[in-house]
Design a protein around this ligand. Sequence first.
Ligand SMILES: CC(C)(COP(=O)(O)OP(=O)(O)OC[C@H]1O[C@@H](n2cnc3c(N)ncnc32)[C@H](O)[C@@H]1OP(=O)(O)O)[C@@H](O)C(=O)NCCC(=O)NCCS
Length: 179
Amino acid sequence: MQLRNVELADVEAYVRMRCDPVMMADLGGPLPRAGMEDKVRRDVHRAAADLDWIKMIIPDPAAPEVVAGTVTLWSHTTEDGPMSEIGWMVLPEHQGRGLAKQAVRTLLDQARDEGEDQGQNQGQGRWGLVHAFPATGNGASNGICRSLGFRFVAAREVAFADRVLRANHWVVDPRTART
Ligand SMILES: CC(C)(COP(=O)(O)OP(=O)(O)OC[C@H]1O[C@@H](n2cnc3c(N)ncnc32)[C@H](O)[C@@H]1OP(=O)(O)O)[C@@H](O)C(=O)NCCC(=O)NCCS
């Protein structure tokens, strides 16, 4: 498995992930197809500028055209201050093979290494603590959090793409995540 930055040619993968009722069942239903080129363009810009880490999951480096899903680490402002958040999706034909877990682990390892390299954020690294908000009913995603050493905080409502969803709040320190 490899991770690479999102590219303009990833529109089809975005459409399959974000505009599909099954893929989006836990995220409030499919998003409109119309906005996807713009969304990919914005994400390519943010990834290339190293503002966010927006990665595509490539299961086999020998077949780099096959994209299995995505994992993203970004920072946003909440009423409690800045928060780093990680999220992931894997397309149906690639599910159940451990790819999501491996991709999340890989990005957390990179977050840990970035902190060590740069000694930022009072020893906490660039990203500090990393939060995740899988839907309460998403067994696989909650399993990933549990097995990678996230700590369960609480169930709560979260906003996603103008919707309000019921999610489990998990948090991990990349320096102590299980690898
Ligand atoms: C959820 C999703 C990311 C899982 O991807 P995946 O690559 O199939 O996940 P993995 O194969 O890495 O499995 C992760 C873990 O969950 C476990 N798992 C799988 N299905 C499960 C279920 N229904 N209940 C509990 N655990 C489950 C696996 O056994 C594995 O744990 P293990 O390695 O300790 O055995 C993928 O199904 C998906 O993208 N779904 C649609 C979008 C989505 O729901 N995204 C997350 C939003 S919260």
